[in-house]
Write a protein that binds this ligand. Structure first.
Ligand code: FEH
Ligand code: ZN
Ligand code: ZN
Length: 355
């Protein structure tokens, strides 16, 4: 049998541009498996860490590897045990990225993204979606999108950029309401969804978007932010926050960046009894000023990605038109240019590769 080949953008060596190469088309070897024709795949900051080799010790990879973990496309082929009432070739699907074992404590809780031996696509032994096709180890990781009029490039970012702030904001909804405030730090891929969820689930809370780019702050306004603050404006950010919040400070802050500076900003802006949720993975360390943290009873926690049911909920929101995906498409041939733009912060919204 002649082996078919496909195009993929792969890491051959850390710190180098991705290489566009020909690789064998994946084949079904186990009955649960599904091959998906990639329709779109989002570019995530985590990909930058991965490509640079910064995560070598936490996510060891055998190179070459195809990254890309934010994927949507069409079912190409299914294994023998895939229930055809769930999936058939041609279906539009979102690929849930938490490829859990299914039986550990975290998987049984429904949080497969936190599995003890999670195999995230493109972030583990499995190749990801910067390719024309991807092998998905089980149909359990696919969400069928019933509305086939939606383009895959609007679905792919939902599997990570749209999902991560959704899970985080669900965890702090009880702190929001009239007279309350929520700040979204970073209006990149995640933050533009974060602003929309803050409006949708904030029950009248004031939504404040903070970023260093005026273009991204304009996007935040289009997404419904009540106030925008440029973090590099040099003016007193704390003073602005105090004006907006009647001198209380913010009730909730979602940090979608996770750099030392944004953690410091968040702690400076948070009010008494406030909650900071960290989802961004940009930096390595943050500093906590002990006295204000204790005296103001600040709460701070992390939130990882989202689970399968949460992905279904986010897709429902998109299908109902309750959220919009702000994307910029790039052809697979221009993936390294897109990665450079992501590095420089010049992509407004989510950069999406369309093979
Ligand atoms: C990074 C590393 C491990 C798991 C998940 C991630 C995020 O990129 C998901 O956004
Ligand atoms: Zn990611
Ligand atoms: Zn597990």
């Amino acid at each position: 049998m002649v082996e078919k080949s496909i195009r993929a953008a792969r890491i051959l060596e850390y710190g180098k541009p991705l290489s566009l190469v020909s690789v064998p088309k994946p084949r079904i070897c186990r009955d649960e498996e599904v091959i998906v024709r990639v329709g779109a795949v989002g570019l995530c900051h985590s990909d930058l860490h991965l490509l640079n080799g910064e995560w070598k010790s936490i996510i060891p990879l055998d190179l070459p590897k195809t990254p890309g973990h934010e994927i949507a496309g069409w079912v190409e082929e299914i294994g023998k045990s895939v229930p055809t009432n769930l999936l058939t070739p041609g279906d539009l699907v979102a690929i849930f990225g938490g490829w859990g074992c299914g039986i550990c404590f975290y998987c049984k809780q429904g949080n497969e993204q936190m599995c003890e031996s999670a195999k995230w696509p493109g972030l583990s032994s499995y190749d990801g979606g910067f390719a024309e096709y991807i092998l998905v180890p089980s149909f359990r990781f696919l969400v069928k999108v019933q509305d086939t009029s939606i383009l895959p490039e609007k679905i792919a970012p939902l599997t990570d950029a749209g999902l991560t702030p959704y899970r985080a904001i669900k965890k702090v909804r009880h702190h929001l309401g009239p007279g309350k405030s929520i700040g979204i730090i970073g209006v990149g891929g995640l933050g533009s969804y974060g602003v929309q969820y803050a409006k949708l689930f904030g029950a009248g809370s004031k939504v404040v978007a903070l970023d260093r780019s005026d273009k991204k702050l304009e996007l935040a306004q289009r997404c419904g932010a009540d106030h925008v603050i440029n973090l590099s404006s040099g003016e007193s950010i704390k003073e602005k926050i105090m004006n907006i919040t009647s001198n209380k400070g913010m009730d909730v802050i979602l940090d979608t960046v996770g750099a030392e500076s944004t953690i410091t900003d968040a702690i400076r802006m948070i009010g008494k009894g406030g909650t900071i949720v960290l989802v961004g993975l940009m930096g390595n360390m943050g500093k906590i000023p002990v006295a204000p943290f204790v005296i103001n009873e600040v709460k701070m926690f992390g939130s990882l990605w989202g689970n399968f049911n949460e992905l279904k909920e986010v897709i429902d929101l998109q299908v109902q038109g309750k959220i919009i995906s702000n994307i910029r498409n790039f052809k697979l041939d221009y993936i390294n240019e897109a990665i450079e733009m992501l590095k420089n912060g010049t992509i407004v919204g989510r950069g999406v590769i369309v093979p």
